[in-house]
Structures are given as C-alpha cells and as structure tokens.
Design a protein around this ligand. Sequence first.
Ligand code: GLU
Length: 507
Amino acid sequence: MSEKPVRVRFAPSPTGPLHIGGVRTALYNYLFAKKNNGTFIIRIEDTDQTRFVSGAQDYIMDALNWCGIIPTEGPGIGGEYGPYVQSERKDMYRPYAEQLVANDKAYYAFDTPEELDEMRDRAKAMNMPNWQYNSVTRTSMKNSLSLPADEVKRRLENGDPYVIRIKMPRNFDVRFEDLIRGWVTVNTNNLDDKVLFKSDGMPTYHLANIVDDHTMAISHVIRGEEWLPSAPMHIMLYEAFGWEAPRFAHLPLLLRPDGNGKLSKRDGDRLGFPVFPCDWHTAEGELYSGYREKGYLPEAFINMLAFLGWNPGTTQEIFSMKELEEVFTLERVSKGGAKFDPEKTKWFQQQHLKAVSDDQLADLLINQYGAKVDKTSLTKIVHLMKERAIFPQDILTEGVYLLERPTEIDASSIEKKWKDDSASLLNGWLEKLASISEFSAHSIEEVFKAYIAERNVGIGAVMFLFRLLVTGHGAGPSMFEISEFLGKQEVIERLKWGLTTVESMKK
Ligand code: GLU
C-alpha cells in the first residue's frame, strides 16, 4: 500500500444525469476514504465542451447529497487543491503538455480532421479497419517528429492548428497492479498516440485527468471498468512526467438483471425500474425516473448499491452508511460484473423502511408527502401499516380506509365468502362489539374469541367479512388493532353500513 495519505476522487463528466453505476463509483470512493481516514473529493471533468449538458453538474451534486455521499473537497465546497471544475483550471494544462513536448515525450501534430479521415478511409480500403495514429504510422503523418524543424517552427508561428499527442514508445510492456484485478500488462505496440491537448486550447480527458490527479495528490484512482483500457496509457503519462502514479482499482460493470450486457441509461424505464438516483428531465421534455422520487430512502438505495459488486464476507445484508464505512474494503470487491436485481432493491427498501421509527415516518409523510392528518393519528396509522409497506406513500394509499370510510364492497368477494349464516354471525358480532366497554385491541380480541367459540365457528367465518365490510379490503393488519384505532362508534357504523350494502347487493 502506498504510504501517502489517502485522497480519492469521484470525477464525473457533466454529460447528463448520473447513472447508478456512477453513484456506486462515488460510494466506493467515499467508503474507501472513510475507512482509511482519507479525503473524498469531487472533481468535475468538463473539458469536452461538445458533450456538456447544462444542469448536469447540479444534478450530480444534488444526487450525491441526497445519498449522503458528502465530499470534503469539491465544487461549491472548496479545498486547498481547487478549483475542482476542470474548465476553471483550463490555463494550467498547456504548460504540462508543452513540458512533455520539450522532453520528447509528446509532439505537435498538424494533421487536419479531413486528412485523418482520408487516412482512415485509405486504410479501410486496404483491409485495415482499425487504423491508428501510433508509433508506426506517425512517421508518415504531419507532425513535429516527421516534418523538418524549420517547417514545424513556421507552422507554429503561423498559428496553424495543431494538437499535442503522446509519443508512445515502441514495444514496451506497461505493467501495473490493479487492486481489484491484479497485475495488468499491455504492450505499447497496442496503444495509440492519444491526443493530450486539443486544437481548441483544451486538454483532453487523459491529460487533464492525470495532471489533476497528480496536482490534487490523489493516492487511489477507483473508477469503472470502462476505464481499464485507458489505464496503461495513463501509466505511460505518469512515466512521461516522471511522477509516481496513484494506485488503481477498476470496479466491475453493472449488468442488466438477466446478466445480458451492461445496464444502460435507457434500460431502466424500459425494464421497469429507475437507473438514476433522482428524476431527470431532458431538454426535449423526456423524463428519466429516479429512486428518490419513487419513494426510496437514501439509506436503502446506498445499501443496495454497496452490494452491487461488493460483499462484507458475512451474512449481514442490512447496513447503515456508518456501518459500511467501517467494513468496506477493496479486497472484497468482485472482478465479475454485478447483476442488478430490482426485486432485491425493493427488499432493501422494505427493510430500511421498517427500521425508521413510527414518529419519524409520520414526520416524513407530513413534510414530504403532504399527509393531511394530525401527527398522533398518523403515527398510529404508520404503526399499523408500516410492516406491509415498501414505500412511505404506501402507508397512505394502502391505509386509506383508516382515514376514510369504504364506499363499496367487492361483489366477487361477497359471492365467494358470504354463506347462509354470515348475516346472522355478523349481526351477532355487531351486538358483541356494542357491548365492549373498554374498546382496546386486546379486549376486542378476547370478546371475539369467546364469540366464535360460543357460535362454534372458525375465525374465518367472521373475520374476513368483518374486515371487508369495515375496511373495504380483503387483507391488512390486525382487525383488532384497526378497530381500536377507528373507535367503537366508527366500527359499529361501518359494520352496519356494510351489512345494509351486502343486503342490497343480494336483492
Ligand atoms: N470523467 C471520467 C468519467 O466520466 C472519469 C474517469 C476517471 O475516474 O478517471 O467517468
């Protein structure tokens, strides 16, 4: 392990909303920092102006904030290594690129986009579809390695557009140890001379990323597997600068639930679950749905994400962020792709919802879901409905009969369950209810048990219909508790209404 203090960064490009794969990368960086008394940084990589999407940076910061992935340094937060948005660091990259040219590690290339296209077309016609600007082909291109020095000078003075490319050495084995994948070796003959500095005066991702990781003293680069192919080139850049490279860890891909390919931006709404942390409205008026707006608790969302590619090595599955901060290690991150499981995601949500106190959930329903019920009643409703709910709003929708009387009774349920003695059994039960002086769940239950024994019938003969008539629903929490909550008067009135309604249905 590197001796340097742990400093990690999440470096999204603001090209759209943050996919859950990106949130997972941010989470693992955050957890790694916490676990190692390190610093978690956010850096916005916006050097590719053609892919810039307005609102994306705010979305990223807002989404991470909702998740509780809070950086110590970053845009809007500050820190000693700022600015943390690459476009605001624009002026510092060119000298680094020039330094490489001066040290014969990079060169100016004057080829126009048309010339490059032409070259590719020509190669294709000769059955070489993957033409690359590399250590072999560069000798026949227009650059400061192939052109005479005076022409290079003239072109530069003339203001001819140019890019700066890395000068990849020929036939050199680049080796580095990935903390998740182990040793990786790639020969430079397979690497091209990537552009480091563009003709628009902006660095490419590669240059800006390495310069920033170095100048921000990043100790570990933890990022998605899609960056693994770029890592050897990055190592070569560190070498070219004479800088010590950070440690690398490339995280496994997130796969579709059937394991068939990468979970993409479009999959979510198509497959019926969100792939974004929060709702995102495109400029074209499309909506990509998010976990937050679906009613997920951030704790559940984070817990689910943590398990997509990592496990604690024990059977424990429910973790708070604090607990994750204590147990997370890169050693337990898997190499293989992690299949997204929408059902498991709901399960995490349900478990975390159960763990929220009745009092807090009532507050949440009032403050975020606009529940118009007094806090005391709502807390009781929460208590009754929480066990069956997945989302906070389920408590209000599924427990609607605790607030409003039912307006109809399902005819097919009556058809199935109403027997010849049902009217007599329910009328008898109505009388018993009216006789209970202390209307508590416990005493209602006692009276009920005595009543069915007296009538010599099973629970089912009375209970289902009692529930159906009083709540309009065929299932729900204990009817004794529901009755206590509604109160004697209300239960009796509802039951009477139910009996009259059924009677009129029978006619
Ligand atoms: N800006 C890159 C991205 O959007 C960051 C890759 C890295 O972490 O090096 O994923």
